[in-house]
Design a protein around this ligand. Structure first.
Ligand SMILES: Cc1ncc(COP(=O)(O)O)c(C=O)c1O
Length: 401
């Protein structure tokens, strides 16, 4: 079957001019070009025949492994090669920092994985990149493909940024609970927003969003729905998340807190740990009223005012033994955890990070001496200036119960 492959070409490395490469690039960058190329049946996606005589290895998608210091080596060319070739290559490899002030105990270590430092501001950038790369690899995404997906916010932003970069059309189906900043951001990246506000009998807003995505997918053969709820590329994205944490801690951690929605993060982290036979405790942090760990009949999750964690449906990725403990957090827990994290550590994070901080603080007194705990801090706080970090919003929306 003919297919399209997504290519990276590094003319600086191979001494070529961008014009000499007969690919249909969306836009040439200064030294690196990315684009789609039609590949005849039987070819691999790493090497592609070009009409003009271009060195075959020029089309390799492999990147040099070692970063050279320009001042010591004097080789500017190789330094340029070692730069990420686009924003998509900046997803992941987030820092792990010691949270020195968050615990009153000095016999435990608390570490924060700063997922907000992904280019789109959240852990869902990893999911977005993985869903798109997998679709491209399988030949399901081609230059004219229209991507359609639903999101409560962060995946939408991650996809919008990546699709803008790849030159792909994107429609994101959101619902009326979506933060206005998210809508603005998704649109700024050039995506179309479809807003769902009405549900049919017995439907949750998520059901209504999924129904609309299905309608869009069925109405146009050019549409590709990555389907973050069922696509194995979602959990697969988090092999890298887990690999990084293992490298950063040298495998020395006892407990990891993960917020849950599709449970792609949790399932992907657990799968990687299982492959390595490492068995730290995984704590799932879920929203009160969420159906992930209880009956789907309970739709009180609709009452939640914060996006990110929680869901009105079970996860397709989760096995019963993936989770050691479940911590259910309220919106107020999330807000209090966010403010505590900000005051103690100067980290401005989103609601799920606040929920994780609150869940950790509840467990803190009973953690064994010498424990090392990792908190997955999932998104940036700037998007929540009008909610979590707005006193009046908190007072009006989350009265003390
Ligand atoms: C900020 C944030 N944290 C956590 C999650 C949950 O991730 P997952 O869908 O992998 O369970 C999401 C999902 O959208 C999110 O936006």
């Amino acid at each position: 079957m003919p297919a399209y492959a997504f290519l990276e070409v590094h003319p600086a490395r191979f001494g070529m001019l961008p014009q000499s490469v007969p690919l249909h690039f969306k836009r040439p960058l200064s030294f690196v070009i990315r684009g789609f190329q039609h590949i005849p049946a039987g070819s691999t996606s790493r090497y592609v025949k070009c009409k003009k005589s271009v060195p075959m290895e020029a089309l390799s998608t492999t990147r040099p492994k070692t970063l050279q210091n320009p001042f010591s080596s004097g080789q500017w060319g190789s330094v340029i090669d070692d730069l990420p070739s686009s924003l998509l290559d900046c997803v992941g490899n987030t820092p792990l920092v010691t949270l020195n002030q968050i615990s009153t105990r000095n016999d435990i270590t608390v570490l924060g994985k700063l997922e907000m430092q992904n280019p789109g501001g959240s852990i869902k950038d990893r999911t977005a990149a993985s869903l798109l790369k997998s679709g491209i690899r399988k030949g399901l995404i081609n230059p004219g493909t229209k991507i359609v997906e639903t999101s409560s916010g962060n995946l939408g932003i991650g996809l919008a940024q990546a699709c803008c970069q790849l030159g792909l059309s994107l429609t994101i189906v959101l619902d009326t609970r979506t933060n206005q900043n998210v809508i603005k951001l998704v649109e700024l990246y050039g995506a179309t927003v479809e807003m769902v506000s009405e549900t049919r009998d017995g439907e949750t807003l998520l059901d209504a969003r999924l129904r609309r995505v299905r309608e869009l997918a069925e109405s146009d053969p050019q549409v590709y729905w990555p389907n973050q709820y069922e696509n194995p590329a979602n959990p697969a994205a988090h092999s890298a998340t887990m690999r990084e944490i293992i490298q950063q801690t040298q495998g020395q951690f006892d407990r990891l807190y993960i917020a849950t929605s599709t449970c792609g993060t949790l399932a992907g982290c657990r799968a990687h740990l299982k492959r390595l036979s490492i068995n730290p405790q995984l704590v799932a942090v879920d929203g009160m009223g969420s159906a992930i760990f209880q009956s789907e009949d309970d739709t009180s999750m609709i009452e939640s005012h914060l996006p990110g964690h929680g869901s009105s449906r079970h996860s397709n990725f989760l096995n019963a033994d993936d989770v050691d403990e479940v911590a259910m957090v309220s919106d107020r827990d999330c807000v209090e955890g966010c403010h505590f994290l900000l005051q103690q550590e100067g980290i401005l994070a989103g609601g799920t990070s606040g929920g994780i901080v609150s869940a950790f603080r509840k467990d803190e007194p009973s953690l064994p001496e010498g424990s090392t705990v990792v908190l997955l801090l999932c998104d940036r706080g700037e998007r929540y200036l009008d909610t979590i970090y707005d006193e009046e919003w908190v007072r009006k929306t989350l009265p003390f119960s």
